[in-house]
Design a protein around this ligand. Structure first.
Ligand SMILES: O=P(O)(O)OC[C@H]1O[C@H](O[C@H]2O[C@H](CO)[C@@H](O)[C@H](O)[C@H]2O)[C@H](O)[C@@H](O)[C@@H]1O
Length: 254
């Protein structure tokens, strides 16, 4: 961790009301081949639970996952806010809020993807409340390319289908999602004086873009980013959260 990042963490830990937010895969949980085998680092869980238990401190995960999957995979206590589907899914009634047209479109997208690429070796389809993700992490490179072309030239071109590219995944959604607007909603709901956001993927850039002066954005891993700070791995992200916990606890107890 650079001295600039350490200083930023020590500064933001002293604001009156703090919102600590992060995405899940690649940030709190190392990337693995099978999405349903992802697990958060125990050090990250301990820091998050510790922060969420402090007064005037809220913690939220804003993830591309289905909210229900996020709850199961993280096993976090209910005091931690969970926002799924890339920032759209704040609660359990989300699926029912989709119009009939969108529910039908989602069914059509799932059927088309199953027929088009579901049989391809190493390809996994992950069906979520408002989208279907086509994972190619375990596919041979020529297969991954064929699948990407088939998806991009097929259902990705349909009206009202929104395409998101992630790490070894192409996702087709029937709604527009944005982690930045999710962060704005949480910031307002929780009356946060400042926000820390930690993320690793393309969709996290929308959250970094919604940070301002006293906030702290941290990108995990390589790649272009709008975040001001960077760490290398989820283990570093867990250390950063532990430092934030220690500093804020000391500040609140002083
Ligand atoms: O916003 P996030 O919490 O980072 O979720 C983004 C996507 O993460 C998952 O896929 C990624 O992680 C998998 C497990 O390590 C990996 O196998 C896959 O290649 C990655 O793309 C998740 O499955 C998606 O639904 C999320 O959108």
């Amino acid at each position: 961790m650079t001295s600039e990042l350490t200083s930023a963490i020590e500064r933001v830990a002293r604001v009156p009301t703090l919102l600590v937010s992060a995405d899940f895969d690649g940030t709190l949980a190392p990337i693995v081949e099978n999405p349903m085998e992802a697990a958060p680092l125990p050090e990250a869980v301990a820091a998050i639970e510790g922060l969420a238990a402090l007064p005037r401190t809220a913690v939220a995960l804003i993830s591309g996952r289905a909210r229900a999957d996020l709850a199961v995979l993280t096993g976090l206590s209910p005091v931690v806010h969970l926002v799924g589907s890339h920032g759209s899914e704040f609660g359990t009634g989300f699926v029912d809020e989709l119009t009939e047209d969108r529910q039908k479109l989602l069914g059509d997208v799932e059927r088309e993807l199953t027929t088009l690429v579901g049989h391809e070796p190493g390809v996994r389809l992950e069906v979520k409340p408002a989208s279907v993700a086509v994972h190619v992490r375990t596919a041979a490179r020529d297969v991954a390319q064929r699948v990407a072309e088939a998806v991009r030239g097929g259902p990705a071109t349909w009206p009202d289908v929104v395409v998101t590219n992630g790490k070894e995944v192409i996702e087709l959604s029937v709604i527009t999602t944005h982690k930045g607007t999710a962060l704005d909603t949480l910031r307002a709901q929780l009356s946060a004086s400042a926000v820390v956001f930690v993320g690793d993927d393309v969709t996290d850039e929308n959250a970094f873009a919604h940070l301002d002066g006293s906030d702290v954005g941290v990108k995990v891993g390589p790649g272009d980013t709008r975040a001001r700070y960077r760490v290398d791995t989820p283990h570093d992200a867990a250390r950063l959260l532990a430092l934030l916990l220690d500093t804020r606890r000391g500040f609140l107890q002083a």
